[in-house]
Ligand binder design. Structure first.
Ligand code: WTA
Length: 574
């Protein structure tokens, strides 16, 4: 095993100060008791996260949303959020949209995004948050797969929703549009909200009724819809306390977009469930904007990602010194945290960065480091209390320490996905080795049970912390007439973790040029999404393939890294 550095625990009091004791006595029941449904039996996360804060906890005047776009600021209190989400739930009810129907959100980060999210869930519908950068095809695929009946969007993005090509879609609710511009199936958000009553009784559900559907990429096929239930609230609450170490009086800022799982669990619902505001910073990322937001709100607990930290580090170690910061706990997710980032944060903020690990499918943090424990730099520490982690082999056998294998989690924690929408086969693949959920990541454990992440064991690309499926990018590229075939990989990059690199075979009659390269990048950017566009394109004569014609991306990766690739004349079986 490698040598590693050990960082001593952070000073001060932390929620996990009695780690061993806490783990020994932990049961999920302890967390469930925090919720009203534990005694009433009436379940709806919107009640627990919003209405209860007003009705039972005296937090009506406490901010629930603090939105800042660099110039303007909006504050929405819990009482206002309750009233506004009631209104939105009434808007849906008036449209005849009922429990279990899919309503999508295609809105940049904003109070409206969060209000409508809350209203959808309160009405018992399934919310489908979308990343605002998605283009036509990405939007269409997700709405069609889930047979969505409605979508909420802004005037500037509604042209990316091709209603004619989405048969199930009945209503498009548009924020910020002139009434004169609205098609018959379009509804003015402002008008509908103004007319709606602010009284609404949450639709009462069972714990395992669906709450949201989030599409995420795998190594093959189109993105899959990961379905989460209201029970995720238990996992969110637990991890807000133990992994994000949030206590009364803390200011928590999760920088993730609500179109991704980190945003859903930690930018939206997690903070509300513990009665604190969610801080949403709109506009573009720049180091100054972010430092300014940290200072302005007096952020104490900050959740972000290695790529963002590396970008901040590139702005200089001294940059934070120009700001009056109150940071005491920093967490990171989405991609491996390199030691350089931890060392930078120690110098820049005098605070350690704590690794957290989870996935869209797991819903909430599964493995994390605590401020009260030493950090073995490079390790993610251990699974949270209530979750069991093991390293397993191909047959699901648990491997001994120091052997690399599949990072697996014992199924059944609150927050685990309930289904892959319309795709039980895919769902079952994750659980092929019962009782283990197989993550798709490789790791080993040391003798003390610390988990050391080693990388994906499939072709999923993590670029700037975002999950991109190579198949989607390849499919888009070959729609372009100049591209006959394509193979897409993640290429290691100092700042972004990986960048997307495409290998292409040109169609007969086409020759390579810089302009064609730019055109292809733009083609993916405008067809799919900006973050899915290749940053590098290389033309090759042919692509390495298996006997059945599947592209061998691992060979492309090896070739690209200048590693030996073996004898390519012997084609592999799948
Ligand atoms: C990767 C993101 C290294 C991993 C929350 C996982 C990580 C995938 C870490 C899920 C970490 C997440 N260190 N890699 N701390 N956390 N990952 O669904 O490959 O977008 O399987 O969820 O991100 O990505 P997803």
């Amino acid at each position: 095993m490698e040598n590693y550095e050990v960082l001593p625990p952070s000073p001060g009091k932390h929620n996990m100060d009695n780690y061993d004791e806490y783990c020994k006595n932990f049961t999920w029941d302890i967390v469930e008791k925090e919720f009203s449904w534990y005694t009433t039996g009436k379940v709806n996360i919107a009640y627990e996260a919003i209405d209860r804060m007003v009705d039972e906890k005296g937090k009506g005047a406490t901010p629930a949303i603090q939105y800042y776009d660099g110039k303007n600021e909006t504050v929405v209190t819990f009482a206002e959020l309750k009233a506004q989400s009631n209104k939105f739930a009434n808007v849906l009810a008036k449209l005849g949209i009922t429990k279990g129907e899919r309503v999508f959100l295609f809105i940049p980060r904003s109070p409206e995004m969060l209000i409508s999210f809350a209203g959808i869930v309160k009405a018992g519908c399934i919310a489908g948050p979308l990343f605002e950068a998605f283009m036509e095809e990405a939007v269409k695929d997700r709405l069609n797969d889930s047979a969505a009946v409605a979508i909420v969007t802004i005037a500037g993005q509604k042209n990316r929703i091709k209603k004619d090509e989405i048969p199930s879609l009945k209503h498009v609710i548009v924020i910020g549009d002139d009434e004169a511009n609205l098609a018959p199936y379009e509804i003015s958000y402002e008008k509908a909200m103004a007319e709606a009553s602010d009284v609404f009784e949450p639709v009462w559900l069972a714990k395992d009724d669906p709450m949201f559907l989030l599409y995420t990429s795998g190594s093959t096929g189109k993105p899959k819809g990961v379905l989460h239930t209201h029970e995720i609230m238990t996992g969110m609450y637990h991890t807000m306390r133990i992994s994000q170490d949030v206590k009364d009086g803390d200011v928590f800022w999760c920088t993730a977009d609500p179109g991704w799982i980190t945003g859903v669990s930690y930018s939206v619902w997690g903070p509300w469930l513990v009665g604190i505001p969610t801080i949403i910073v709109g506009g573009r990322f720049t180091p100054d904007n972010w430092y300014h937001a940290l200072e302005k709100y007096g952020v104490t607990n900050w959740y972000s990602a290695p790529t963002a930290f590396r970008m901040l580090a590139a702005a200089g170690e001294d940059a934070p010194k120009n700001y009056n910061l109150k940071l005491r706990h920093i967490t990171s997710v989405g991609e491996p945290l390199n030691p350089e980032v931890i060392m930078w944060a120690l110098k820049a903020f005098n605070v350690r960065v704590h690794e957290t690990f989870f996935m869209t499918e797991t819903g909430v943090n599964m493995i994390c480091c605590y401020p009260s424990e030493p950090i073995r730099v490079g390790s993610m520490f251990k699974a949270i209390p209530g979750v069991e982690c093991a390293i397993t082999d191909e047959d699901g056998k648990v491997l001994p320490p120091l052997q690399m294998g599949n990072l697996s989690l014992k199924k059944g924690w609150p927050g685990m996905m309930k289904a892959i929408w319309n795709n039980p086969e895919k769902f079952n693949e994750y659980f092929a080795n019962e009782p283990w959920f197989i993550s798709g990541d490789q790791a080993y454990m040391d003798e003390d049970g610390y988990v050391w992440f080693q990388g994906r064991n499939d072709d999923v690309i993590k670029t700037a912390g975002e999950r991109v499926g190579p198949f989607e990018v390849e499919s888009k590229l070959i729609e372009h007439p100049a591209v006959l075939e394509s193979g897409v990989i993640g290429k290691p990059d100092e700042i972004r973790g990986n960048i997307i690199k495409a290998f292409i075979v040109l169609a007969p009659g086409y020759t390579w040029s810089e302009e064609l390269g730019e055109e292809l990048k733009k083609y993916v950017k405008t067809g799919l999404a900006a973050h899915a566009a290749p940053r590098e394109i290389e033309v090759v004569d042919k692509l390495p393939k298996t006997r059945s014609g599947k592209i061998m991306r691992r060979v492309l990766k090896a070739q690209d890294a200048g590693l030996p690739v073996g004898d390519l004349s012997t084609l592999e079986d799948d």
